[in-house]
Design a protein around this ligand. Sequence first.
Ligand code: NAD
Length: 347
Amino acid sequence: MGKLRIGIIGCGDAARRHYLPALAVLADGIELVGCSDARPAAARGLAALARGWSPRVRAFGQLTDLLEEARPEAIFNLTPARPCTPRSARSACSPVFMSTREKPIASSVEEADRLIEMASSSGLTLLCAPASAVTRRVRWLADVVASGRLGRPTLAVAQCATTGPAAWASTPATRTVFYGPGVGPVLDVGIYRLHELTTILGPVRRVQATGTIAIPRRTVVAGPLAGRTIEVTTPDHVLMNLEFASGALGQLLSSFATLATQAPWLEVHLSEGSISLTGDPFGSDGPASCFGPGGWEHGIFRAAARGPAAGHRHGREALRQLRGGTGEADSDGRARSARAGDRACGL
Ligand SMILES: NC(=O)c1ccc[n+]([C@@H]2O[C@H](COP(=O)([O-])OP(=O)(O)OC[C@H]3O[C@@H](n4cnc5c(N)ncnc54)[C@H](O)[C@@H]3O)[C@@H](O)[C@H]2O)c1
């Protein structure tokens, strides 16, 4: 059997730093056949980086050319949320059997519905980031909550608070879009917490949110736009209150205007205990603390779950995160990705 033919749309920071190294490890079974970007130089640059393990890879300025000439069987769509139009997202699905999108799944709930319907009626696999609900820490937390060992979950408090990509030392090429309508901190980073919250606590029936532009101008510190000023045109602090179908409550801070924080990134309070996750939410290792009948216990997770596609969400589950992120409540069944977790904190 030949190697699986892969195409990448959007050849920026995520493609270079995260996806390409992971794909290179799988080179025995896959081949990168094409890279496409609205900036042809970015497509050429990514193709050059992959040529060592995918010698036939080609660069394209147009997605249609990638699809027609390189004929990939699977696509990674790594364009930021807003610039990926419904048209490009749709065409990215048609001739391939698998399409994986960076989060969120689409720019609107309607577009997500169309994508899911198209994938389902054509027998295509549609996957979407983020992968955070299948890390060991979150799977363990979901397992403890589901077991009932600490009673019934009543409240979750979460945050994803950063300054946003203008201040990151890594080099996203299109940083301005992250501070504008259609992206912003809820859809770019808060979505990780929404994804974990709905995995652990189930669907949300009501959402209430308020936001403000706290720091209206940013100076980019690195990358092609270094030194450039970005005008912030969408709320960079957003506070969200969630009411889960179970009756539990949730609170989420999504921010691109927070210089630093020491708050846990996820805490779940149950009728007979509390669980707190701290440290770097994007790191593979991290502390977890658990308050139960014996008081506080603390543990460290040493590694995150890894594996091809294991971390990605099927379209319908990704839509739940998008609905949360766009303020639309979800009455569907509970999204369950947690598997039997690891014992930690003595539980
Ligand atoms: N950079 C990271 O560390 C990181 C980590 C996790 C997730 N992500 C997600 O990955 C996505 C991309 O982020 P990034 O940091 O790589 O951004 P980036 O700006 O560095 O790269 C995006 C690339 O997509 C291209 N592009 C945009 N719209 C396009 C279109 N319609 N057709 C073709 N090309 C188009 C741009 O020219 C650019 O090269 C975002 O959704 C982001 O949230 C990024």
